[in-house]
Design a protein around this ligand. Structure first.
Ligand SMILES: [Zn+2]
Ligand SMILES: [Zn+2]
Length: 184
């Protein structure tokens, strides 16, 4: 959970700033984020006239499937977000605050004066997941002949090489000769 209590900040005037570093295990009940370890980041919270403006950047490792060879691909996801949170409870009186018209979709500071970045972070991570994860930049993918991953441990297939060296039909042979003739 990436969550901050902003009661001190709410008591200060507009422009006041609080900064936090975070390193948190992140909830992923739907298993859609593929996080590998905690999420790490920095949040800068600024008191505005209406509420709290949150800027945050973060990075996290995700474990995905390589788009070429289907093996495990660990990728680094980075992102940042900017969001203004509106108070629901008056910091001085403890009374509920009526939200301004049209503010229904705004993120809110809850009745304990806490802001919760989880949902905003979750959506941000989802949009920043790589579309073509690779186990390594030079991944050669899978062999068309045997289906195994290409690389140093992949064996040669001599029968395929022989086929390529000798054309299959006499006509193919002829075509090669004709072509050579034209080039002379
Ligand atoms: Zn790969
Ligand atoms: Zn192969």
């Amino acid at each position: 959970m990436v969550c901050f209590n902003v009661s001190q900040l709410l008591l200060m005037g507009p422009g006041a700033v609080r900064e936090f570093d975070f390193l948190e295990d992140f909830p992923d009940p739907a298993h859609e984020l593929h996080l590998e370890g905690p999420i790490e980041g920095h949040a800068r919270l600024t008191r505005t006239r209406e509420g709290i403006f949150a800027h945050s950047d973060y990075h996290a490792s995700v474990k995905l499937e390589c788009a070429r060879c289907l093996e495990e691909a660990i990728e680094e996801v980075e992102g940042e977000l900017d969001e203004e949170f509106l108070p629901t409870t008056d910091i001085h009186t403890g009374l509920p605050i009526k939200l301004p018209a049209g503010a229904d979709d705004e993120p809110l500071i809850d009745e304990h004066h806490e802001i919760d970045l989880d949902e905003i972070l979750r959506q941000n991570i989802l949009t920043n997941l790589p579309l073509q994860p690779l186990c390594e930049a030079a991944c050669a993918g899978l062999c068309a002949t045997c289906g195994e991953r290409l690389g140093p441990r992949h064996p040669d297939h001599p029968e395929v090489q022989e086929e390529e060296a000798a054309p299959k039909s006499p006509f193919a042979q002829l075509a090669v000769l004709l072509h050579a003739d034209e080039e002379r």
